[in-house]
Design a protein around this ligand. Structure first.
Ligand code: 3PG
Length: 211
């Protein structure tokens, strides 16, 4: 039953995935390049802004070195939009029954969101083995993921929500964790100021957390 395309091969060793909110299309390509230059070439661009889809199209067209994921996918219609914008993988913050089916049928690697054991079981029944755990810190954090490792031994997680340099290493040391995601790598002020050198530096620091 587990024949769905997996997300983990796209990581190629990466263990930190920046979660990006891009307000201005012109930031997209320099941002993606700055992150890749720091060693983070697997990224999630969230569909939380007007500019998001155009930002993704620009990254997909101009940054072949970047593995582009599209996140905050909330509706089946957005799955098609994300695919058309060049998504190599999809991320959802949580999973309705309708979205669970639609993402399973998308043909793309997906990290569907789950925060409870029941949601995790529902996704397992559909064939998913790799999930986003969101909002990680608010939903129980590392202790929660340690607790589910016994009963749900087949599952691997990408926790996001409240993760930063202070707690990422502990998450990454836990066996059922593939990678962590978060927005800390791209401070809003640095992006607004066009300080891409600072973003490369933060990316390099974050990439080192996973080594
Ligand atoms: C997400 O969608 O994964 C989160 O918004 C990232 O959470 P953070 O901003 O706490 O890193």
């Amino acid at each position: 039953m587990s024949s769905l395309p997996l997300f983990s091969p796209l990581l190629r060793g990466a263990r930190v995935v920046p979660v990006l909110t891009i307000e201005h299309v012109e930031h997209a390509v320099p941002l993606a390049r700055a992150l890749a230059a720091g060693g983070l070439d697997v990224i999630e661009v969230t569909l939380r802004t007007e500019a998001a889809l155009r930002a993704c199209e620009a990254i997909a067209a101009q940054c072949p070195e970047v593995v582009l994921g599209i996140g905050t996918v909330l509706t089946p219609a957005q799955i098609g939009e994300a695919r058309d914008a060049g998504a190599r993988f999809l991320v959802t913050p949580g999973t309705s029954a309708r979205m669970a089916r639609a993402t399973a049928e998308s043909g793309l690697p997906v990290l569907p969101g789950a925060a409870t054991v029941s949601e995790m079981l529902t996704l397992m029944e559909l064939g998913f083995r790799e999930l986003k755990f969101f909002p990680a810190e608010a939903a129980g954090g590392l202790d929660y993921l340690k607790s589910v490792a016994g009963p749900l031994a087949e599952l691997r997680f990408c926790p996001t929500g409240g993760i930063g340099p202070q707690n990422a290493p502990a998450y990454l040391a836990q066996k059922n964790i593939l990678c962590v995601g978060g927005s800390w790598i791209v401070p809003k002020a640095a992006l607004e100021a066009g300080d891409f050198a600072a973003i490369t530096w933060l990316a390099a620091e974050a990439a080192a957390l996973g080594r």
